[in-house]
Design a protein. Sequence first.
Length: 263
Amino acid sequence: EQKLIFIGNELGPLTRLINTFVCLLYPFSWPHTFVPILPALMLDIVQAPTPYIIGILRSYESYLSGNDDFLSQDNSDILIVDIDHDRIRSIDDYRMNNSHRSSTDNLHYFPTPNSENSPHFQILPKIFKIELKQEISLLRKTRLSLSLDECQQRLHDVFMSIFVQSCYNYKDYFNETFQREEFLQSKQHTIELFLEWFTRTQIFGLFIRQKFEYNNANQFAITFDSACEKYLKKTNKQTPQRVTAKAVKRKSATRANKQDNRF
């Protein structure tokens, strides 16, 4: 959760892209400021201290690049997505006017792009980065033969796959509260760091609250829950069931009962 500014030349493509981006978060939802197109009179919102997702037309970009007061502040938590030039930049790029990177190269910057010492640097697991990069690369090669809806659906599917692989067993840790620590301990080390961060975000917290507060939790995020169940079944078939302390005790008790029945 950080500050994202999308910049584009045209209103239509900019609006569609931002709305698509927010939809990719399903089953999670963005709980912070969200303004698809920021009017000129509201440009000061980019200096807000809280996370946001906003869109700015290219004609207003000078507010970012030529505003000395804005550039002098610590805005290391802002990422700027240039949809026309396929670039992701930081405020430092406006200060230095260089160091452009491609969007796929920036997949590992999470959430501060310029600090390798940040605890969030490269927090996205390698397996997920590879999955994202492969799909984006494939979409670039085939985009001329795909409709906009098909491209959006394929992006949605790959993001959904990442969320499912990360959280497929989250329901097992619902009690009176969500048992976060136990949930993390059930995960492989390769994604544990990512989930350690992700489960502390307001995005994840809102999802859990909605599950608890919804009148019928099974009717909330149905598509996601269905995908989690399918993935869980597939995983159970491919890997041996993990031996737990409860399973050992249960097996021992069964053996003892059988021996008692013999006598």
